[in-house]
Design a binder for this molecule. Sequence first.
Ligand code: PMP
Ligand code: GLN
Length: 378
Amino acid sequence: LPSKLPAVGTTIFTVMSKLAADTGALNLSQGFPNFNTDARLLDLVDKAMRQGHNQYAPMPGVPVLREAIARKTSEVYGVDYHPDFEVTVTTGATEAIFAAITTVVRPGDEVIIFEPAYDSYVPAIELNGGTPVYVTMTPPDYAPDWTQVREKITDRTRLVIVNTPQNPTGRVWTADDLTQLADLVRDRDIYLVADEVYEHIVFDGRAYHSLMSHPTLQERTFICGSFGKTFHTTGWKIGYCLAPKELTAEFRKIHQFVTFSVMTPMQVALAEYLQEPEHYLSLSAFYQRKRDLFAEILAASRFRFKLAEGTFFQTVSYAAITDEPDYDLAIRLTHEIGVASIPVSVFYHNLDDYRILRFCFAKDDEMLLRAGERLIKL
Ligand code: PMP
Ligand code: GLN
């Protein structure tokens, strides 16, 4: 069978998590917590299942969850999305992103993405016949280069994909970034996908600017969110897409034939849990403490890094330790010192000489301390 994705192999997350499991290494590679979600949320799922919420959910999502998402969005960002026409529950942000890209991109379209970029964007663009156009962000700041973006926009540019807070760099877009983007897309036929799965993990009191908070951006944006990161439930794969009515109508045509609907009892439970804002409002402080703990340990190492502004990832340069390519080093460290990480070069389309690793600090303190002890010896 001729491959539709000839350049694609198995994702780095699967490769590294399997290697960590096979070797018994501490797994700081794939982004997921090693601790359980809140017992109250589990009780709500149990209650929903026993109440009989075990059959197909409505295609766009259970009404109480769409209402809870709309209410929370209005409270946090002051932007109103109509639960019936502008909120769709999806199988993780992954499905929301895939469906949004599929809604917009046609053969011949160009899509701007910022590298290093999360790995699901490019395959989705290519399966729809689009061409990814790369804007490079460079360490340690990883700020979008607006001159580069301006140069890369053409008559064929149809979509720009934004990820803030950004995986893997931890960068959080500023108000100026949003203004620059708005100026570029204002008079053009360009749509936006905003991957905001880490919206509630922003550090040092920094303001978070969702793309929905800028009207010029909001009217053309598919906001993709996820409960996986926010409520420590990455395995539930429940996310959502917020978009203006006309965009949502087209988005739902795709969603209904990708998954049709998403598991019902989790939606019912999340609807109730979302009414309690402390669960998501406390998340930044929770992860900032972990970021600082990990950074404090690594301060004694030869790794060099700028503190992540958001997400639960810390990227580090190891240029002072070895010349090895990052992929080789990530594999070697897993085998030799029992710490698994992600080589950041995999998030670029054409980089092989790169010396940056990504560590996930969504781990209990004990695991962070044990990993740190091994890393400072390098
Ligand atoms: N976007 C980014 C930037 C991510 O890091 C992830 C991984 N959690 C996703 C999307 C996918 O989210 P989900 O697990 O909800 O599909
Ligand atoms: N988002 C997670 C990460 O960046 C991985 C999700 C996945 O394995 N697809 O590590």
